[in-house]
Design a protein around this ligand. Sequence first.
Ligand code: GLV
Length: 348
Amino acid sequence: MDTNKPRLLLTRRIPQPGPELLHEVFEVVGGEADEALERAALLERVVGVDAILCLLSETIDAQVMDAAGPCLRVISNMAVGYDNIDVPAATARGIIVTNTPDVLTDATADLAWALILAVARRVLEGDRFVREGHFRAWSPFMLLGRLVAGATLGIVGMGRIGQAVARRALGWNMKVLYVRQRGPLSSQEIPPGADWECCATLEELLARSDIVSLHVPLTDKTRHLIGERELALMKPGAFLINTARGPVIDEAALVRALQEGRLGGAGLDVYEREPELTEGLDELLNVVLLPHLGSATVETRSRMAELAARNAVAAIRGERIPHVVNPEVLPRSGGGGGKPAGTREGNG
Ligand code: GLV
């Protein structure tokens, strides 16, 4: 083992070319097991490392940073969302935090669409119906869903992923309403032929949309963004899709709205207390539940691993870092001056 190399803790196994790139530059600790690193093991293995490459399955807080010690220079998250990392604590310690936007935009947008279609057209109910031997003959009233073509799609958080979901809606001839923290998109950002309208408020979007899809990051401001009040504002029979972060929805309020038949259904890839489900959620037939698969394609996970590795390598070498979350910790004179990640409006 080359002890002159900087040390990196890889918290769990990641796809190639991630490990290959890391081994060229770092003495890599960990990365063998395909499961989240237990907290105690994380605190033990992190001691003395220069870098951490982690996933959203690990919480990297001040305790972990302090356990690592003063050598820790970079925390590279293999995810676009970084709510698992205490970024202010990292910034206070001068530690660079990086993430992996862009490479998972299409995969996450595709999955949001898989949920939209599955919920509106009752795909899973139909699958179960056939498997359970109930399908005897075609029937004019069997498992009727709602037409997605021509419906109004409301996008909450019109960042990279929100826009990718909206672009796909062009094929369904849909009106797209959106709310965006930074205000309306410029006309150059709207594809030709698209009917996209920026709503002044979330309330307006909820009241006018047939399908609402969430694409905001989890922050103090977006926790429970969709609660009892917001659910009550949605059109009767509307669908709610969440591929962002679970705590953006008050899950107990959502279960109540679904139980009372106020909503048409929900498609969820993420949960408030992941992987735990709020009681009653898995008993509802008009809900499609996925195990956080937003970026789960072979190609995407490989690109995420590569980008996470490149972020860590560039940070440790003082080179330009592809995606930095907290650029304020970088020296002003250029070295390591990656572009800000700008993920305020898009998680996968
Ligand atoms: C996945 O949820 C991610 O943030 O990359």
